[in-house]
Design a protein around this ligand. Sequence first.
Ligand SMILES: N[C@@H](CCC(=O)NCCCC(=O)O)C(=O)O
Length: 257
Amino acid sequence: MIGLPLCRWQLTDRDIGWFHLVGEKYIQSVTGYGAFPLMIPAFGDDLDMDTVLNSVSGIMFGGSLSNVHPSFYGDEHPGLGLADKPRDATVLRLMRACIDRGIPFLGICRGVQELNVLHGGTLHREVHNVDGRLDHREVKDVPDDVAYGPIHTVKLTEGGLLQRIIGASEMKVNSLHGQGIDRLGEGLQVEAVCEDGQIEAVSVKGAKAFAMGVQWHPEYRYWENAQYNALLGAFHEAARAYQAKKSERRKEAVAMA
Ligand SMILES: N[C@@H](CCC(=O)NCCCC(=O)O)C(=O)O
C-alpha cells in the first residue's frame, strides 16, 4: 500500500465542508506498479500517524497548485497564491516519520519543496523572477501533452542515486512550478540541477531507505518515458523491499511469541 497525502480544498461556496483530494495521475502511478493507494487526509496534528505508518510500504508526496506556506520556512510575509496549511502540517509530519522509520518516499514537485522545507531550507517564491533563471511555470494555451512534455534539461549529480537509477548524466524533464528550492536544507544531497542553476532533485543524505524529491512530474504518462518509469520503478522497488522486511519481522515476532 502506498500512501498519497491529500490536499484540502474548498470546491464550492456551499457550507458543506472541505474536500480532500489528489490528482488521478498520482493514483495511477501507484496502481500501475501493482500497489494500492492509501488516501491520507490532511488532518495535520490530528492525523493518526501510527495507523498510517503501520499500513504503508511507501509514501508518494505529489504536486499541488497550492504553495507551501512561507511561515513553515521562517518567513512571516504573506504567502503567494493558494495556500494549504493543513497539507503542509500533515506532510511535514509524515516526511519526518518516513525518514525516522526508514519508510521509502518520493516527493514530486510540491513534494520536493516540502522536503527542502522540512530540512530547514527555503524556497524562491517566484523562480522566474530570480536573475538568470528560466521561467519554470506551466506553458499555457497548449495541449496537455505539450504542457507536461519535456522542456528543459537537468544535469544529474555524478555518482548520485538518481544518476545511478537513470543511467545517464542528464535528462529532459517537464516543468510546471512557480516556486523552487532557494537555500538547500541541511542534510540534503543535490541530485539534479537545471541548466539555469535551479536545484531540481534532492535526496536525504545517509537515509535508511529511498528518500528523494524531484521538481518535475515523472508520474505524467510515465509509461511513455523510460526515465520517468525508471525513477518510479526504483521508488516502488524500495517500497516492496521495505514491505518484505516488515513482513519478515512480523513473522519472526509471531514465531517468538
Ligand atoms: N505550487 C507549487 C508546486 C507546483 C506543483 O506541485 N504543481 C503541480 C501541478 C498539478 C499537478 O500536475 O499535480 C509551485 O508552483 O511551485
